[in-house]
Design a protein around this ligand. Structure first.
Ligand code: DON
Length: 304
């Protein structure tokens, strides 16, 4: 397996088209687009990595997988009265469906849906308490207490929050947010500003590859049915209006972030994290997707 991971990193090092680094969050615009990393954590306890797999990067929307898991743990299926579970077919920051659908976001992975999920898990608490809970959960599933927020990225998002603020105020007007909009946004931006390496991220996703069991501690994080459902949402909605394309090319549940990371889950096999900061026109990592496509072609681990 290490040979395959090395082959993928070598192929990506030769790529001429590397996509465009997100700059609508100015702090992310400074990241070197030449970087590439891949890490595979298997359910039997092995880790295979290549490239800069211990370099932390901004996980951005990949964090939405963790907040969704926390929210389902807190309130179970009643979460679905606040956020839907259908693909949107629209860009991650789109507002159009909110108007037609009474301010209820289509799914927990578009920005509006993730903001609604954060509002749900705040439960009347201050942002610091909610952020403490999010960070504890991520550190637990990654089995690494060194994972932190990048305050410069969070501040950059807060300073350029107009688009997300519009989504949040629009939802609030329909009665879908309970808390103060700026407190919800501040919490959401910090969640997105969690910095993790591919090795940490692959480890953190492993519970979704092993029917809800955290490896190697063998502690249950979620029930098997919940792990399957989170995976199904990642498959249908994890790449926004390119989710169909990702399912077609890769065939694994996956969640992307504008920091250039993708977490992909191969149920029963392992969790794969890739990172390359250059994005395609949908806001998903260009080389990260190519790397996962190559990985699945060679392993046959597609769920189809
Ligand atoms: O709210 C935002 O726009 C970012 N914090 C997260 C967006 C994101 O990662 C979309 N994913 N590809």
């Amino acid at each position: 397996m290490q040979d395959l991971i090395n082959d993928i990193a070598a192929a990506m090092a030769k790529a001429e088209q590397r996509g465009k680094v997100a700059d609508y969050i100015p702090e992310l615009g400074h990241v070197d687009p030449q970087q590439f990393a891949i890490s595979l954590a298997t359910v039997d306890g092995n880790v295979y990595s290549a490239g800069c797999a211990t370099t932390p990067f901004s996980i951005q929307s990949i964090s939405k997988v963790f907040t969704l898991t926390i929210a389902l743990g807190q309130m179970g299926d009643s979460l679905w009265s606040k956020v839907g579970r259908e693909p949107s077919g629209d860009p991650f920051n789109s507002i159009v469906q909110l108007e037609h659908e009474s301010g209820k976001p289509r799914n927990p992975f578009i920005n509006a849906g993730a903001i609604a999920v954060v509002d749900a898990i705040m439960m009347g608490h201050e942002p610091k308490e909610t952020l403490g809970e999010i960070l504890s959960f991520v550190r637990y599933v990654a089995d690494d207490d060194c994972i932190c927020f990048d305050p410069a990225v969070a501040a950059s998002e807060m300073a350029h929050r107009d688009r997300n603020a519009s989504l949040a105020h629009f939802m609030k007007a329909f009665g879908h947010l309970r808390h103060d909009v700026d407190k919800v946004l501040g919490t959401y931006f910090h969640q997105c500003a969690i910095a993790m390496s591919c090795e940490q991220l692959a480890h953190a996703g492993l519970f979704l590859a092993s029917d809800g069991i955290n490896k190697p501690s063998d502690m249950r994080v979620v029930a098997p049915q919940r792990a399957r459902r989170i995976n199904s949402l990642m498959m249908m909605c994890g790449h926004y209006d390119a989710s169909g394309e990702f399912a077609f090319r890769v065939g694994l549940p996956g969640k992307s972030g504008v920091g250039g990371g993708i977490l992909a889950i191969a149920p029963g096999h392992g969790s794969i994290a890739v990172w390359s900061p250059g994005l395609d026109s949908y806001g998903n990592s260009l080389l990260g997707t190519q790397a996962l496509e190559m990985f699945v072609q060679r392993t046959g681990w597609s769920v189809f």
